[in-house]
Design a protein around this ligand. Structure first.
Ligand SMILES: CC(C)(COP(=O)(O)OP(=O)(O)OC[C@H]1O[C@@H](n2cnc3c(N)ncnc32)[C@H](O)[C@@H]1OP(=O)(O)O)[C@@H](O)C(=O)NCCC(=O)NCCS
Length: 295
């Protein structure tokens, strides 16, 4: 690998460099936890020639992404950024690093990451569909469940604004981030910024059994998270959450719907095919196990 060119330095991004970093590395996953940035800088213009971002989640450094400006590639800058990311991971005691690649747009990524010992992991496909057929479908399903008495007496739906948010954050940490150790207070704060206050939260008595966090940008509704407590899956919760969110989203002007399909998630795949949803982006995860690997 090439040595780092003279005069190039890798360091944490300063606050004022945040917007430039986000332009270089737009957030691909709208995750709840804020990303941290490292930059590759040089004295001569252009000063910012590369950036890396990552999120810290206990044993895992995830959402790792790197970009070097086109004119400065194949000079070792990407390698230097990656070395700095891996040093961060080690210094925080992480044993796994997960990089994200937008497969269709980043053909250089795979050879670069394989060189570092990453292996290809699962794929997340973002799809988009018209909202109206989904609204009609879930509205009808909800009515059928109601008529068949399949929704328990103690069930109710609260808006995220009025729901016990720490409980929602706990469910999100467990089921979506697979990190039950995350502190719910901190996560709750981030979810409040991410999700519409109208997002539905399903309750049985005082217990949160599911939530669907969405937000609207223009007429495009983003489903950030659809989470149902494990023992309530395949029942009323998902249908009621979807019907409620689609109705509220529609009233707020949402006409198209974007959601993600994790690799092998048959339910979401079936939903996407029923709604004739079209792929708009494919994200691949590349995983590096640090344990037993020398720095
Ligand atoms: C991937 C990327 C960060 C690499 O940055 P870089 O500064 O060019 O990387 P380096 O010069 O340190 O390359 C290190 C090694 O990676 C491999 N590599 C990098 N780019 C490659 C390419 N286009 N084709 C094949 N191998 C490549 C080579 O083994 C290279 O070593 P070599 O130059 O001695 O052969 C850069 O191409 C980029 O920004 N691409 C767009 C965004 C992206 O794909 N990000 C990765 C997602 S995490």
């Amino acid at each position: 690998m090439a040595c780092l060119p003279e005069g190039v330095r890798i360091r944490p991004a300063r606050d004022c460099e945040g917007p430039a970093c986000r332009m270089l590395l737009p957030d691909l996953i709208r995750e709840a936890l804020p990303a941290e940035f490292l930059v590759a800088v040089q004295q001569a213009p252009p000063h910012l020639i590369g950036a890396a971002c990552f999120r810290y989640g206990g044993a895992v450094l995830y959402s790792v992404r790197l970009r070097v400006i086109r004119t400065h590639r194949r000079r070792g800058i990407g390698s230097a950024l990656m070395s700095a990311v891996l040093a961060e991971a080690r210094s925080r005691g992480c044993d796994t690093v997960v990089a994200l690649v937008e497969t269709d747009r980043e053909p250089e990524a795979e050879p670069f990451l394989l060189r570092y010992g990453f292996r290809r992991g699962s794929r997340l496909t973002t799809v988009e569909a018209a909202a109206e057929p989904a609204r009609a479908w879930f509205g009808a399903l909800r009515r059928r469940l109601e008529d068949a008495g399949k929704i328990p007496e103690t069930a109710r739906v609260l808006s995220f604004a009025e729901a016990p948010k720490a409980e929602v954050a706990r469910l999100y940490a467990e089921a979506i981030l697979c990190s039950p150790e995350l502190e719910p207070g901190r996560l709750q704060h981030v979810l409040e910024r991410l999700a519409s206050p109208q997002s539905p939260v399903a309750m049985e008595g005082d217990r949160v059994v599911g939530a669907l966090l969405w937000s609207l940008e223009g007429s495009l509704a983003f489903v950030h998270a659809r989470v149902v407590a494990e023992e309530r899956r395949r029942g009323w919760v998902n249908v009621v959450l979807m019907a409620d969110a689609l109705e509220a989203g529609w009233r707020a002007g949402g006409r198209r719907l974007r959601f993600e399909i994790p690799d092998g998630n048959r339910d979401t795949e079936k939903l996407a095919s029923r709604l004739n949803a079209q792929p708009v982006r494919r994200l691949d995860r590349y995983v590096l196990e640090l344990r037993g690997r020398s720095p």
